[in-house]
Write a protein that binds this ligand. Sequence first.
Ligand code: SF4
Ligand code: SF4
Length: 420
Amino acid sequence: MTSPAPELNRFLDCVHCGLCLSACPTYSILGTEADSPRGRIHLLRAVADGRIGLSDTVVNHLDLCLGCLACETACPSGVDYSQLIEWGRAEIETSRERPPGEAFLRRVMVEQIFPHPERLRWLLLPVRIGRRLGVFSLLGRLPFTCSMLRMVNMLPPLKGHVAIPEITPPRGKRRYRVGFLTGCVAQEMFGAINMATVRVLAENGCEVIAPADQVCCGALHIHNGNPDAAKAQMRKNVDVFGRYDLDAIITNAAGCGSTMKEYGHILANDPSYADRAMDFQKRTRDICEFLASLPERRQPSEIRMRVTYHEACHLAHGQKIRKQPRELIQSIPGVELVEMRESDWCCGSAGIYNLTQPEMSQKLLQRKVDNIVSTGAEAVVTGNPGCLLQIGHGLRDQGYPIEILHPVELLDRAYRETGT
Ligand code: SF4
Ligand code: SF4
């Protein structure tokens, strides 16, 4: 065993009631106990006890877990499933060799490229050129594919780098001073959403600080089984944002927010960071959570639109933020919110799951697309870059003219409708 196993009582919290089974997407599709939360907890405990090893079969069942945390929401016993699976992931990554393609994806792309926006920017340059020349759609027709090609084909139309100012003044009187974690992948692929976030915050009396030396929140490394690298990034962000006196630290990415709200717990045993990391954690707010909590919010103008809302797993299950995004959407006059079936079911994105488990990911994406289409909505709104990528790709691929937006983009659009 390469990293200390969770304490026994973490496993014993599970009383095997099975109430989580129907909430688990992989169990719902495969119907096998080992692909359910309860089955995976059994496997993880057996590995921790040394009763079984990390065989190919065990690793397959654990790898098929989306990390969506729907099981945590469903569990009446408060089982901390994320801690258990993250330990399992770290164990797999430190004790097993991945096939070369997957090892490249995990060690190079996820750990060395994605967390560094400037590296990602360079990597996207040939993608932009290749797309203009139609190279990728040609390759996509070949009878074989690889994770890199799948990744390229999933990308949204790339609009170029958007620089976020380090300091944005509030419109009118300053009521709050907030930090903004711009994200790494999000900053390069969804720069427009970051700009919309800054504008909406400024419209609501916030001075927005986006420090240039901030780094990836650590989520990529944590979910990739590399907690040490994640901790180094967390310490850096604690130092960087700690320079300012901030009312809140804002993120518009559900996955980042979920991890930022764990900083205090993850660095609890680090005496020089524990207190400051807990302070960082307590100040972290998802953009919808923050805006919905404001006593006075700028009123948006009318937009006539029928929209549906997809709940990102790390917002709904990871942070229990469910009503605030809906509240913001419904605060826009003229916007009709139509609920989709299974709005809190994973879309199959789940970090790099859509690249490492394409078959299961595709099944979940199709289910999501069908649920979206059946609402008759003109747009689907969701608060996480991974979901924006995955669902956007699914809709484009099948030719549905349904727009995909972050809630803050919708609000920004309504603010800009006023022309003020
Ligand atoms: S994880 Fe929770 S809901 Fe699932 S079997 Fe264990 S105790 Fe029951
Ligand atoms: S995290 Fe999601 S996929 Fe994994 S066991 Fe829980 S519900 Fe199932």
